[in-house]
Design a protein around this ligand. Structure first.
Ligand code: HEM
Ligand code: HEM
Length: 188
């Protein structure tokens, strides 16, 4: 049984983490930029680009997950902890696919031109202000809930690492698996 997640899963876990930080940070910083200014527009483009990238990478991660098995945690935590960890993972997938999707749809029905990287994205021929507002409000609600879910997920990982002292976090960190001394050839 492998001791760590595959390198592709580890790479994309942390890539998505960085993109999510960028998406949140762009929105937080937007509050300090003057309305109608170019900095505000740039922060919005960064937000959209990071957000759409999260959507694409989360879909890719879901496919990769379908073809892999999670490495065992040693020592094995109680069943209820494994259950809640899995539940939070499912919630994270639903949230970080649904959240950017709602953002994209709100811009689609808003009818205002926007870009992903530098590609001009399609918008509706018949903008619908009410639908756009509903989608935007839902997007903002899920985004703000996201802080707590990510916080819970990260705290659980740190708790396992520093308090329980099992390998939960190590399994998701880059770097080679440690080879036990008896198998490394150093004791020959
Ligand atoms: C990981 C992905 C994303 C995260 C974490 C995220 C997070 C956020 C946050 C925190 C806000 C502000 C909420 C508030 O003011 O209460 C926001 C607003 C918004 N987001 Fe996102 N978002 C993501 C993806 C996207 C995507 C892909 C789009 C569209 C392409 C998008 C479009 C918007 C829009 C239009 C607003 C409202 C902006 C405004 O009122 O000026 N978001 N998002
Ligand atoms: C400081 C932040 C974070 C830490 C310390 C962290 C840590 C971890 C650890 C240790 C695991 C393996 C847990 C296990 O197998 O039971 C894991 C898995 C996972 N994490 Fe995070 N994580 C963080 C942020 C995020 C964020 C922002 C997301 C949002 C998408 C996320 C989504 C997931 C998912 C979906 C899994 C399940 C494995 C997979 O499908 O790739 N994590 N994380």
């Amino acid at each position: 049984m492998k001791k760590k997640y595959g390198s592709v899963q580890i790479f994309f876990h942390w890539a998505v983490f960085i993109l999510i930080v960028v998406a949140y940070a762009a929105m937080e910083l937007k509050g300090f930029a003057t309305r109608g200014g170019s900095l505000r527009a740039q922060l919005l483009t960064i937000h959209y680009t990071a957000g759409v990238s999260v959507l694409l990478l989360m879909l890719f991660r879901m496919v990769v997950k379908g073809f892999s098995t999670a490495p065992d945690i040693v020592p094995e935590p109680p069943q209820w902890q494994l259950f809640f960890a899995k539940l939070i993972h499912v919630i994270l997938y639903i949230m970080f696919i649904g959240l950017p999707l709602l953002g994209v749809l709100s811009l689609y029905f808003g009818g205002k031109e926007w870009t992903f990287v530098s590609y001009v994205m399609p918008i509706s021929d018949a903008p619908n202000g009410r639908l756009q507002l509903v989608l935007k409000n839902l997007h903002e609600l899920i985004a703000n809930t996201g802080y707590f879910i990510i916080g819970l997920h990260a705290l659980a990982a740190l708790f396992h690492h520093y308090v329980v002292r099992d390998n939960t976090l190590i399994r998701m960190l880059p770097g080679r698996e440690k080879i036990p001394l008896e198998n490394s050839g150093q004791n020959k």
